[in-house]
Design a protein around this ligand. Structure first.
Ligand SMILES: Nc1nc2c(ncn2[C@@H]2O[C@H](COP(=O)(O)OP(=O)(O)O)[C@@H](O)[C@H]2O)c(=O)[nH]1
Ligand SMILES: [Mg+2]
Length: 333
């Protein structure tokens, strides 16, 4: 999972990146561990050699001066699954809503250019009476163009944004976006973040505060600091929770003596798809999934007990995985 951090120069992108990546990270790419408290009780039971959590890759991109993107960065942004867009709401020099409008406009203009070029190409092919072009592609592109002409980002149309035919274009305005409002410290407690829209979320943070928090010596100090300011959780927690919500992700777990591990899955995906997240062999040879719901695990504490109580369920490929399911896959190699 890859997230590109975008926004105007000076909005606090690099500060946010450092808060996510930790001070020791050099360069502009970092794998950030997704906090997963459910790994601990499982590890206590299995005492595995390895405990692995999910990671999200964050990419810090230099701001393009007067632009939030800048052409040479587009290819980096295209490769991202979602965008984290930082808004300067601390300095008072630029209205954050205007920044948001500019970012949206840049994303849409970029997509529009790609679409026009491709449609021109299709037109040429038609003139030559070549029927090599893909009719569905043309249809989808025209639909996308229509949305953009109404000054709407492609992400508002979920089906279009996820469409297989359009995937290869990696349209920027089709990507889910999480806006991070970089607020002045004193506004953090009572700021109301805008409500969610399709494929768009918002969180608030203060880059200055995050930096101060990272310099505190003890947990106790940190706790008091946060209480005084009326904030809960770190920006890392908020960004990750925001990203999971935005992408509709849930977590399932696998547990054994070798490894206890958390895996990301899109909400609504089934056991067969979950198997594929782990390994294509497990998916190919899928026989069944033994599933223990998280609350049942907490109640039973051991798999033996869970089996005795009939809480360990045998599920087939079609079973829709739930957040926190502990799954053992049975498969043929
Ligand atoms: N006072 C204050 N300064 C900030 C805040 N966020 C960023 N800055 C400062 O603004 C400048 C630009 O921040 P940076 O993260 O490098 O912005 P970028 O260009 O988006 O990567 C740096 O000097 C930061 O210390 C903030 O929340 N409060
Ligand atoms: Mg920077």
């Amino acid at each position: 999972m890859k997230t590109a951090i975008i926004g105007f120069s000076g909005s606090g992108k690099t500060e946010l990146f450092r808060a996510l990546a930790g001070p020791q990270v050099l360069g502009n790419r970092a794998m950030v561990k997704v906090p997963e408290p459910r790994l601990e009780p499982l590890s206590a039971l299995f005492k595995p050699k390895k405990v692995t959590c999910t990671e999200i890759e964050y990419l810090d991109l230099p701001g393009g001066g007067t632009q939030a993107l800048g052409n040479r960065l587009l290819s980096d942004i295209r490769g991202a699954d979602c965008l984290l867009a930082v808004l300067d709401a601390f300095s008072g020099t630029q209205d954050p809503l205007k920044q948001q409008d500019s970012i949206e406009a840049e994303l849409m203009v970029s997509d529009m250019a790609v679409i026009e070029k491709k449609l021109d190409k299709i037109l040429e092919d038609k003139k030559k009476a070549r029927h090599l072009y893909n009719l569905e592609e043309e249809e989808m592109l025209l639909k996308a163009q229509e949305i953009l002409e109404q000054e709407m980002p492609l992400r508002i149309d979920r089906n279009l944004a996820m469409n297989e035919v359009l995937k290869g274009f990696a349209f920027l305005s089709a990507k889910p976006v999480l806006y991070a409002w970089n607020l002045a410290e004193n506004r953090l407690a009572d700021f109301q973040v805008p409500s969610e829209e399709t494929n768009m979320g918002h969180i608030a943070f203060s880059a200055r505060l995050e930096r101060e928090m990272s310099e505190l010596e003890s947990e106790q100090e940190l706790h008091e600091f946060m209480q005084d300011l009326g904030i809960s959780g770190s920006v890392l927690d908020r960004v990750i929770a925001g990203t999971y919500l935005l992408l509709g992700l849930i977590t399932f777990l696998t547990a054994g003596d070798k490894e206890v591990r958390a895996w990301p899955l899109r909400s609504g995906q089934n056991a067969w798809e979950a198997a594929g997240v782990i390994h294509s062999d497990i998916q190919k040879g899928f026989i069944r999934a033994e599933v223990l719901a998280w609350n049942d695990f907490l109640r039973c504490k051991t798999f033996k007990k869970a089996r005795e109580l009939g809480m360990l369920r045998l599920e087939g490929k079609e079973y829709i995985v739930r957040d926190g399911d502990v799954i053992t896959f049975r498969f043929n190699v």
